[in-house]
Ligand binder design. Structure first.
Ligand code: SF4
Length: 1010
């Protein structure tokens, strides 16, 4: 940002940040030093830890607070944080940009014109709280619980706001997972119940990644540093990614398949391992639900009918299972996969060899990437995890661990009862197995169900820009009858906040409280985000009323906001809400945010009170000082851990039965009257109940009562009885169509952009729109000037072969069209992408409708949007980022004028009928722009977008499922309701007419846990 001269000047002026070993002598030192170097200025800092909020990895940060001015001068890595260990990615230190961003919102604002007019007036927190509380109170008292919604992206905290919604008694949480990780989650959950992987990279012997961890994927920095450590010790890395990511460029193997064919190459690797008997026989025998599979003769017969089995084996033993596996997968040869995926058979064999060499220390991961791109993306995840299962590389050192093992969520001072409502706006019956809320379809669902919202909160959520089909969101916001009051809780402007009624300023990473725990390595830790200036002021004896007293302007923190709002919704406690927001220390009085955490640290984190006492601190003071605490280390093999003896003494133990008969009925297990107590409240799948209503506390493996996995069988599910029983029997095992005929028979797992359906001769291409840039993260990094100086444009990646065919070169404009619209972007010719495929980052193309409000000016373009005819929209850029005057002189030095193009606007929603994941990859047509410049122009047809939603809806197989339920009770849900709420009301209808599930499934549910 600064010129060379300015940089030199600043180095001269501020000097390096020396510290005297004895702080008491600091002033002497400063004086001496000032004599020696009269031009040098020194800063005395107070260091206070907090947690980064620029992605969910929750790395530790240390805020440097200038003792003279009381300002935060910089934020750097916190060496005592167990996950990040003092290291950050570029986004961590750039938090200081966000703090000092002259574009940030400092006061509560209220809309005065129409939504989107850009006219705002300053309001008070009181006015906003009273209005919002009155609306929510009215809806709740009228029994309209489904009219209040909190829509959050990555929440940056565990449990806090979910608890608020539970206290209000609403099923009103909506998230972003279905535009992000539903394809990853579903594939893992069908195997092991846990929906997230946590690879133990540092100890692995071979790493196979389908996410770009080293630059931009999931758990960026804490994972990246451990991957590099492993590589330095000799671990080899393979990356499957059609695009040459920075991660792929550092890998030992780069596999660039045709997008959406990844399952074929993964199953070919599996087949290599199976046919050569190089799997972990003991692990498969003990930990896979093969008995259930071999017992389902009807299912085996269906595999025979479909040509996957020559004949159903007579025996049902383990060797029969192995020979059945060999039959099922025998045609998935490396040569076949080469033809299907474009990855050479030789490479496939090499990867299989590497995996076998690594054995149980084989780590793999997919989170977004292909799993987020395609119809059936969840099957890609399932096939990848199959490789771990074959090697027994689950939960062992160097393998892939379930996330919940390495995440700790403590209990709270009071727990509201489970919800008694089911909200079909977020959990429509058409998607009973989705992970999770069908949030990106909300405008369509509200329209189709003729529903409205009274209060809609958006937080770390910018659907107009981040979601596909953003113009349908604009249309929704423009209908006041559809959305009564839209409240944006945000530190910065966004495309969505432009269409709000209130924009309420929320704190950044060093301006709020949150408690986090994430799966970064094989240990459990908690990180404490805190408003550092408040901590400093309170330490120095200042009386703080709430966090607003320490934050800039009237910036608040969400946690205090929710306490205050809840009291105003239920001022006299008659609605039963207020009691959950009362102090555990001062009965009947409003809880303070510090009391909330004080109770947790004193009562619910094992080992923390002792660690604090050892330093003569209270647990709260300890967390304020250190900002993180490691609860447990080396969390391996929890599935193998014996069930506690005191539980066993009261349990009914049912072994699998000689022929596994108790397994197939889900009666095998260690059964108790009540679920055992656990200090860790991390959400896990379950509960699993037997036919007598007892809860499973473990399973029996080799005559030992052990904890097992949270799946219906208690084991890893090669054969998913859930998929079988809920209408998708053909996909109950890892599978992929072997030929054209099977592609037609298995349309739900064939990518919508399968290369054999692309008309290359007429300039049709596959667009990969899902990759990240390492220094940006959607709306959160708005206002971080350093980051936007590094990256500000998102050109289309085109392979030289295609560039020649299209007669384009780097910098040329091209028009990219989908079935609902078009954008004009520039070309970047690169060999980093497979011929026939193009790619574009989804991080840029920010826009604002008004010069001073809307998305911020470091990165966004000023645009006009116009509705040409009903449903037909046009966007034109007036200008890109440009210098502007502000309190930060750097704003006058903006040298870039290209802010990129908003590509997501032209994507229709494409929900996977099983996982609910938006299938992001697009079939596009490209043409060169031959006259003039049209950069950034966008055309959209929202009516066509709605038609696409309707078309994809027809792919679903709706609930009610077994037991007349909306969803299998055992499957994860963040706000999990009471089992009664799972029952689909009789006579109610969904969005489409459907055949009852009983008429479609190959086999009925046999257990109440299904
Ligand atoms: S990886 Fe980067 S953005 Fe994410 S929490 Fe760590 S420092 Fe922040």
């Amino acid at each position: 940002m600064a010129t060379r001269e300015e940089q030199l000047k600043s180095i001269e002026g501020y000097g390096h940040l020396q510290t005297h070993p004895d702080p008491a002598k600091w002033d002497d030192w400063k004086e001496l030093d000032a004599k020696a170097w009269p031009r040098k200025k020194y800063h005395r800092y107070e260091l206070i830890p907090t947690v980064c909020f620029n992605c969910e990895a929750a790395c530790g940060l240390l805020a440097y607070i200038d003792k003279d001015t009381g300002e935060i001068r910089k934020l750097e890595g916190h060496p005592l944080h167990p996950g990040s260990r003092g290291r950050n990615c570029a986004k961590g230190p750039a938090t200081i940009n966000q703090v000092t961003n002259p574009e940030r919102i400092l006061y509560p604002l209220k809309r005065v014109g129409e939504r989107g007019d850009g006219k705002w007036e300053r309001t008070t927190w009181d006015e906003a709280l009273n209005d919002i509380a009155a609306r929510i109170r009215k809806s709740l008292l009228a029994g309209k619980q489904d009219e209040v919604v909190y829509h959050v992206g990555r929440p940056g905290e565990d449990e806090y706001t979910e608890r608020v919604l539970k206290c209000w008694g609403i099923d009103g949480l909506s998230s972003h997972t279905n535009v992000c990780s539903a394809g990853g989650r579903a594939g893992y959950a069908f195997w092991m119940g846990y929906d997230r992987p946590s690879p133990d990279y540092a100890n692995s012997r071979f790493i196979l990644m389908m996410s770009a961890h080293l630059e931009s994927g999931h758990y960026f920095n804490p994972n990246a540093q451990r991957i590099i450590e492993a590589q330095q010790k000799g671990t080899k890395i393979a990356v499957i990614d059609t695009r040459l990511s920075n991660t792929a460029s550092k890998a030992d193997y780069w596999l660039s398949p045709w997008p959406g064919t990844e399952t074929s190459l993964l199953l070919a690797i599996a087949n290599e391992i199976i046919q050569t008997d190089r799997y972990n026989r003991e692990f498969l025998h003990d930990w896979v639900n093969w008995k259930e599979f071999m017992q389902d003769r009807e299912y085996l017969a269906s595999l025979q009918d479909r040509g996957f089995l020559a004949k159903v084996p007579k025996g049902q033993g383990f060797d029969n299972f192995i020979s059945t596996l060999k039959q099922i997968y025998k045609e998935y040869t490396p040569e076949w996969a080469e033809e299907e995926s474009g990855v050479s058979a030789e490479m496939i064999r090499q990867i299989a060899d590497e995996i076998v060499r690594a054995g149980t220390a084989f780590a793999s991961n997919v989170w977004r990437n292909a799993a987020a791109g395609h119809l059936g993306g969840w099957m890609i995840t399932r096939s990848l995890h199959f490789l771990n299962v074959l090697m027994g590389a689950i939960g062992e050192p160097g393998s892939t661990l379930p996330n919940s093992w390495v995440k700790f969520v403590p209990a709270r001072h009071s727990a509201p009862a489970p919800l008694r409502v089911w909200n079909e706006n977020h959990w429509p019956r058409e998607y009973p197995l989705s992970f999770f809320e069908m949030s990106f379809c909300l405008p369509h669902i509200l329209k189709k169900r003729n529903k409205r919202l009274e209060v809609y909160f958006t937080r770390v959520m910018n659907p107009v820009w981040t979601f596909p089909d953003g113009f349908n969101w604009i249309e929704m916001f423009k209908e006041p009858d559809r959305v009564g009051c839209h409240v944006t809780l945000s530190p910065v402007w966004s495309e969505t906040s432009q269409f709000s009624d209130y924009v309420l300023p929320m704190g950044l990473a060093p301006e709020r409280h949150d408690l986090h725990s994430y799966e970064t390595q094989a240990s459990q830790w908690i990180g404490f985000r805190q408003p550092v200036l408040r901590v400093s002021k309170e330490r120095h004896g200042e009386k703080i009323r709430d966090t607003r007293d320490a934050n800039p302007g009237e910036v608040w923190e969400e946690n205090e906001f929710w306490i205050e709002l809840s009291w105003r919704i239920d001022p006299d406690g008659s609605m039963g809400i207020r009691k959950y927001f009362e102090s555990p220390y001062r009965p009947g009085e409003k809880i303070t945010v510090l009391e909330y955490y004080q109770w947790i640290f004193e009562n619910a984190v094992p080992g923390l009170p002792e660690a604090a006492a050892a330093e003569g601190l209270t647990p709260l003071a300890y967390m304020q000082k250190y900002g993180a605490f490691e609860v447990t280390k080396d969390v391996y093999g929890l599935n193998r851990k014996p069930v506690d003896i005191d539980i066993l003494q009261k349990a009914t133990i049912v072994p699998e039965g000689e022929h596994g008969e108790n397994v197939a009925t889900h009666e095998a297990g260690v059964w108790v009257d009540q679920a055992p107590h656990t200090a860790n409240h991390v959400p896990v799948a379950g509960p699993f109940k037997n036919s007598s209503g007892k809860v499973r506390a473990g399973i029996v493996v080799n005559d030992r009562a052990v904890k097992g996995f949270p799946t219906p069988s208690g084991k890893l599910e090669f054969f998913s009885t859930t998929l079988r029983d809920w209408g998708w029997p053909e996909y109950a095992i890892p599978i992929y169509p072997r030929n054209e005929v099977e592609r037609k028979r298995m349309p739900h797992i064939v990518s919508q952009v399968h290369f054999k359906t692309i008309d290359f001769a007429h300039n049709e291409y596959i667009l990969l729109p899902t990759f990240r840039l390492p220094m940006l993260i959607h709306t959160r990094t708005n206002g971080a000037k350093w980051l936007h100086e590094i990256a500000h444009a998102n050109p289309i990646w085109v392979h030289p072969v295609d560039a020649e065919r299209l007669q384009v070169k780097t910098g040329d404009e091209v028009k990219i069209s989908t079935e609902i619209g078009s954008i004009v972007d520039k070309v970047w010719v690169t060999e980093g992408i497979r011929p026939g495929v193009i790619a574009c980052s989804h991080h840029l193309g920010r826009w604002r409708l008004h010069e001073a409000t809307g998305s911020d000016r470091w990165s966004s373009s000023l645009v006009t949007i116009r509705q040409v005819t009903k449903g037909k929209w046009q966007m034109k850029q007036i200008h890109g980022p440009a210098p502007f005057k502000s309190a930060d002189k750097d704003s006058e030095r903006i040298w870039w004028s290209d802010g990129g193009v908003h590509q997501n606007a032209i994507f229709p929603v494409q929900p996977d009928p099983i996982s609910g994941m938006n299938c992001w990859h697009q079939r596009v047509h490209i043409e060169k722009v031959r006259t003039g410049t049209h950069y950034g122009e966008i055309e959209i047809d929202t009516k066509k977008a709605y038609e696409v939603f309707e078309r994809w809806l027809q792919l679903t197989r709706p609930a009610p499922g077994p037991g007349g339920l909306y969803r299998p009770i055992w499957m994860l849900r963040v706000l999990k309701p009471h089992p009664d709420a799972y029952v689909v009301p009789e006579g109610s209808s969904g969005m489409i007419d459907s055949t009852p599930i009983e008429k479609r499934t190959a086999k009925r549910a046999t257990s109440p846990s299904s």
